[in-house]
Design a protein around this ligand. Structure first.
Ligand SMILES: *[C@@H]1O[C@H](CO)[C@@H](O)[C@H](O)[C@H]1NC(C)=O
Ligand SMILES: *[C@@H]1O[C@H](CO)[C@@H](O)[C@H](O)[C@H]1NC(C)=O
Ligand SMILES: *[C@@H]1O[C@H](CO)[C@@H](O)[C@H](O)[C@H]1NC(C)=O
Ligand SMILES: *[C@@H]1O[C@H](CO)[C@@H](O)[C@H](O)[C@H]1NC(C)=O
Ligand SMILES: *[C@@H]1O[C@H](CO)[C@@H](O)[C@H](O)[C@H]1NC(C)=O
Length: 532
């Protein structure tokens, strides 16, 4: 409705079939599916709601049959029947309302009732757009709207995030602002966030929560429904040497512990883990529950070694509450910068790169999504909604049975979330009771309501204290040093997607080399043999 305020815009957005540009060149119609092929995109926002896998942050820049970086697609896969993930005709595409900024690397969250999607964060595609806030997509009427809020978190990228629709919340931890996220940074400054954001998907309230280990980038955050409101588990990530500045050095966190957040108690615990796992960055993570052992497996899929930049095939899982790592069957090919979405035992891996590069060296793959079957531990060619439910391998089940808990807990209160007070000793059993009513004392809370009325979302702000909410003016332009390691082959960027001064974004910069820019033919020319 808002987008249709001007009648002409309305007509254009409804038709969007053929656009006549100034010099009378008729551009190709926007795609309705991927029958003509795909190449790659990093990084999608993805979420499964009501048996539909929604994917955002796809432009047409290097997609055969489109090749228009200004197109901004919503892609949908219907999960009610079996299909081959390599069948391009199954990927239903529609153009996102043109008023929505074209971004990459956003979080895509959903509400408990499965009526609304929320996109937050991300980096600019082709250029940096004004940071207006979080956008909502109402599934029923396919309408995008800016969520009206007088105070809101700034746009961040490179954070870890998770959706927890059962408790009507979504979380974002860490990440940073740079010239790719905000117009107020014009040099290579990277401004890291502190803490964690909770977004209540029912009320629209943002809450600033503590995270004792920020600043940090990357890593993964997952939700596990234990205890009163559930816990968040954070794994991996890199810590910058300075919170705000240029040329920060990044140090990867060790993988022999995870950070666990008890939502109801508003408390973090640093819990050690056992057995080994390959440390990595730009991976994805999802949770699978094993009903028979009441354990939760946090699968980490792909990624890349931060120091060697080698892309990983590895799939491993952390079993909780034993907090022990296991290795599962690998992917068929390495994949980094991917997004994951679980549907029962089948885990969709979406988008990403085959190599740590910003140009055509990042490779092409057949279609945006593949399916990793966490029971058979292989990549399947077919998605099948009828597959049986998840269970852990029997060797793991035996292991969990023999030692269900870690040898040493970070805190008795953490143990109490997993060990029923009735059946445990008093020392561990008491903590969960004490925690009952501490949830209301969380950091600064933004009060408000989200009205469901068209064009009339309201947010009444009380107080806000994101410490990364800053403004600065810079003099020079450029990419961001946080991921300067991505920029290894700057000298040889002729004919590839990225301008040399653009350290990271596929979409960044102002040249036709960009994967997403109007002149995207350069990549198709240079790396045409890779396009399938
Ligand atoms: C929302 O969609 C998910 C994914 O399809 C499903 O598991 C869940 O049960 C749905 N919730 C509601 C309230 O319909
Ligand atoms: C979000 O708001 C709803 C409605 O007020 C509330 O029931 C729910 O507990 C809130 N979620 C969290 C995680 O606080
Ligand atoms: C950042 O590193 C580059 C390349 O090493 C150097 O030229 C530049 O002076 C550094 N900037 C700052 C602010 O340290
Ligand atoms: C926990 O205690 C209850 C009540 O004493 C009992 O019925 C239940 O079987 C116990 N559960 C376990 C896992 O021991
Ligand atoms: C817990 O402590 C109380 C008194 O402190 C005692 O009466 C009770 O038996 C204890 N229960 C267990 C399960 O140890």
């Amino acid at each position: 409705m808002a987008a249709c305020a001007v009648f002409l815009l309305c007509v254009l957005s409804l038709q969007h079939a053929v656009v006549v540009i100034a010099n009378n060149v008729v551009k190709r119609a926007a795609l309705t599916d991927l029958s003509e092929g795909f190449c790659r995109s990093w990084k999608f926002g993805a979420n499964i709601v009501n048996d539909v896998l929604y994917m955002i942050d796809l432009d047409g820049g290097i997609i055969p049959g489109d090749e228009d970086g200004s197109n901004n697609y919503l892609v949908e896969l219907d999960l009610t029947s079996a299909f081959s993930t390599d069948d391009g005709s199954k990927y239903r595409m529609s153009l996102v309302d043109s008023s929505v900024p074209k971004l990459k690397d956003q979080a895509l969250w959903s509400d408990k009732a499965n009526t609304t999607l929320y996109s937050y964060g991300g980096r600019g595609a082709s250029d940096t757009s004004a940071d207006e806030g979080l956008w909502t997509y109402t599934i029923k009427n396919q309408e995008w709207k800016l969520q009206q809020a007088s105070i809101k978190p700034v746009r961040l990228v490179g954070g870890a995030y998770t959706n927890a629709p059962d408790i009507q919340a979504a979380y974002w931890l860490g990440g940073y602002q740079s010239s790719d996220t905000t117009l107020s940074i014009t040099d290579k400054t990277v401004d890291y966030a502190a803490g964690m954001i909770q977004f209540n998907t029912t009320t629209g309230v943002f809450t600033q929560l503590d995270a004792p280990f920020t600043p940090v980038q990357q890593g993964a955050l997952v939700y596990i429904p234990v205890g009163e409101q559930g816990i968040l588990v954070y794994v991996g990530g890199e810590v910058p040497s300075v919170q705000e500045g240029i040329n920060a050095t990044l140090t990867p966190n060790a993988w022999d512990y995870v950070q666990v957040y008890d939502i109801a108690a508003d408390k973090w615990y640093k819990q050690t883990t056992t057995s080994s796992v390959s440390s990595r960055t730009e991976f994805c993570a999802v949770v699978e529950k094993d009903p028979s052992s009441s354990s939760y497996q946090v699968y980490v899929i792909g990624g890349a070694d931060f120091r060697s930049n080698d892309v990983l095939y590895d799939v491993s899982y952390l079993s909780i509450p034993s907090f022990k790592w296991y290795r599962a069957g690998s992917l068929d090919e390495g994949r980094m910068s991917l997004t994951c979405a679980p549907y029962g035992r089948q885990i969709f891996g979406i988008g990403g790169r085959l190599a740590w590069a910003d140009d055509s060296e990042a490779g092409c793959y057949d279609m945006p999504a593949f399916v990793y079957d966490s029971v058979s531990e292989v990549v399947r060619e077919e998605f099948d909604p009828a597959l049986s439910i998840y269970s852990v391998p029997s060797a793991t089940a035996d292991d969990i049975h023999d030692s269900p808990y870690p040898a040493s807990w970070a805190d008795p209160a953490l143990a109490s979330l997993f060990i029923s007070p009735t059946n445990s000793t008093n020392s561990t059993g008491s903590a969960s009771k004490e925690n009952k009513d501490t949830g209301v004392n969380k950091g600064p809370i933004i009060g408000g309501v989200v009205g469901g009325v068209v064009g009339a979302l309201m947010l009444l702000a009380l107080i806000f204290a994101f410490i990364w909410y800053r403004r600065r003016k810079g003099k020079r332009q450029g990419g961001y040093p946080a991921e300067v390691q991505l920029n290894r082959d700057d000298d040889n960027l002729v004919g590839v997607e990225l301008p040399a001064q653009s350290a990271t974004s596929e979409l960044e910069g102002s040249t036709e080399r960009s994967e997403l820019m109007a002149g995207e033919v350069h990549e198709l020319d240079g790396g045409g043999s890779r396009i399938k």
